[in-house]
Design a protein. Sequence first.
Length: 132
Amino acid sequence: EVGGGTEFTFNLAAPIRPGQGFGAALWYRVDGPGPLGPIWFQVFWARQLATDAHGVMRFGETQFWGEVQTPAAAAEVAEWRELRFNSRSLDHTAAAPQEAPAWATHVLITASMVAAGAGTELFLADVGGWTM
């Protein structure tokens, strides 16, 4: 059964070379009967191991880079909202590296909907990324 508390995660991956930084931007909105979250957009450095018979990428090692939590109030997520990530704009006290580690092959962005209720829909638009 899909609903609040189930571990549904949507993933986006983009290739990167060791030593490169990245930027990413996307627009999202959330709809449904509720609760609508929060939804966590998390970013990882990741190493691809393989692609399965269905074309799904399989990742091995990952390193957490950062996250953004969406508001949970329906009125705050009903309209399109923009998210931006930039690996070079971290606070100097952050533990995450600004450049991809030597083992990394991808930047992985996950959208965790574990706190969203059954029937929640996540819409994404204008997803883009770049290396630095």
